[in-house]
Design a protein around this ligand. Structure first.
Ligand SMILES: [Zn+2]
Length: 114
């Protein structure tokens, strides 16, 4: 009998994609992050100074100009959440369990992500 030791599969700690599914995977102490998640982080950081400045202090043009960045951040974050849920579904995790983790009903989880 041959003892086989399989290399532990590396995956992004944020979106759960394996090193085979992403272009780059960066290692930190006990965590990994993929290129796509770094991109999302950058979008969040780009938007952060705008939020810190405070909306009341911003001109109409500044507020309007910040809308696309805010929307891109929401879209990118939603895409990660969707990918995470698709991975859970691939693992045959029920909508009931996913709903519980999100604090919503099975029906609401299914309607939102299926
Ligand atoms: Zn990732």
């Amino acid at each position: 009998m041959i003892a086989m030791q399989r290399r532990r599969k590396l995956k992004c700690s944020f979106c759960g994609k394996s090193d085979k599914e992403v272009t780059r995977l960066i290692a930190g102490p006990g965590v990994h992050i993929c290129d796509a998640c770094v991109g999302i982080c950058n979008k969040v950081l780009e938007a952060a100074p705008v939020v810190r400045a405070g909306w009341p202090a911003m001109t109409n043009d500044q507020l309007l100009g910040a809308l696309k960045v805010a929307e891109a951040t929401v879209d990118a974050t939603r895409a990660v959440l969707q990918a995470q849920i698709e991975e859970l579904r691939r693992r045959e995790i029920s909508w009931e369990t996913i709903g519980q983790a999100l604090g919503i009903s099975r029906q609401a989880a299914w309607e939102r992500f299926s």
